[in-house]
Design a protein around this ligand. Structure first.
Ligand code: PRT
Length: 87
């Protein structure tokens, strides 16, 4: 288990060190258009899970949406602080 900030640090490290086999690195290389589509896809899965699926499934879909939001943040050079100041 990890927190939002811990995952962000891990993904930022992936983006910098570019380890072989990282899905995050592959996704970043595909660009923001690809990342945007993943966010829309995962958001749709969150919606469906919220209406029809278990708490466990909904939690998993939300975690995947958070992951993709973090990847697009890294792609654009944003940090969690950039987002938190709007909360
Ligand atoms: N938390 C995540 C995470 N959440 C979601 N995803 C990606 O989002 C996809 C969402 O799954 P779906 O079931 O919706 O889609 P799928 O059809 O199975 O997969 P796709 O064909 O859409 O890629 C997963 O297949 C992963 O590619 C994630 N990929 C990685 N992480 C974590 O990110 C860290 C870095 O990962 P790497 O960059 O791969 O080393 C590790 O701690 C990972 O656990």
């Amino acid at each position: 288990m990890k927190t939002f900030d811990e995952l962000f640090a891990e993904l930022s490290d992936r983006a910098t060190t570019r380890p072989e086999g990282s899905g995050t690195v592959a996704a970043l290389d595909k660009g923001v258009h690809h990342l945007g589509k993943k966010i829309v896809e995962e958001a749709g899965e969150v919606w469906l899970a919220a209406e029809y699926e278990s708490d466990e499934s909904l939690s998993e879909e939300i975690s995947q949406l958070l992951y993709w939001l973090q990847v697009v943040m890294i792609s654009r050079g944003l940090t969690p602080a950039d987002v938190y100041r709007h909360l």
